[in-house]
Design a protein around this ligand. Sequence first.
Ligand code: URA
Length: 258
Amino acid sequence: MLERERSRGRERIELSTDSTKRPEAASRPPEIEQAAETAGALTLPGFEAFVPQPLPTFGPPPPELLAPRHDLPDDLGTLARMVSECRKCALCETRTNTVFADGSPRARLVFIGEAPGRDEDLKGLPFVGRAGQLLDKMIAAIDLKREEVYICNVLKCRPPENRVPAPDEVEQCLPYLEQQLAILKPALLCALGLSAVQALLKTKASMTSLRGRTFEYRGIPLIPTYHPAALLRNPGLKREAWEDLQRVRDTLKARTAS
Ligand code: URA
């Protein structure tokens, strides 16, 4: 199916794996509880009752779609060193550390955020502040550990005052993320927040219109969901975020089984 769509010139393909349309999903209570208040209270009532449904399986991405670029290192260590010396945009003037990634280079699932915040800039690691604590709980909610996934950002340097990345900063930094993904060749991507999904899918669409669906980035399924910081600010988004996480879990299982 993907091949057929690609031959019609469609680069991104939406996949019909909408777990939210299942009857049991509609009646389920909001499973992500109280995460916003404390970033320490993600509980999952009803999780056990979830019955995985058959999902489409995907073959490995065609090699030409995920080939590493020749103008960047094709191993993560060398790429990380190159990033640590990067001076392609003005963010290098204000950063304390570059933030390359955390987690396993063998991960099947990659979470992609926006850009380092203050804690991340100080430690040189992604998602180690309050939003990171919530991300850890989101990962645990789908039966994984932080060490089993790969976590990175669109930008490798902190924008001052955590402002939204500027388009030219994304343009300069995106090749590093693209190279990371081409080296990792993961089974599934989860884009956390609008910056990540817009950068990877080259779209200006809103999160409301993007989430709840599965897209494709260079042959890899990509599931958008809210950024953990958005969940901290707006607890009303927790139910949808949990639906997205179930989609991540089911798609990963289907991909790993194939
Ligand atoms: N927000 C992000 O998008 N990335 C981080 O690493 C931390 C907070």
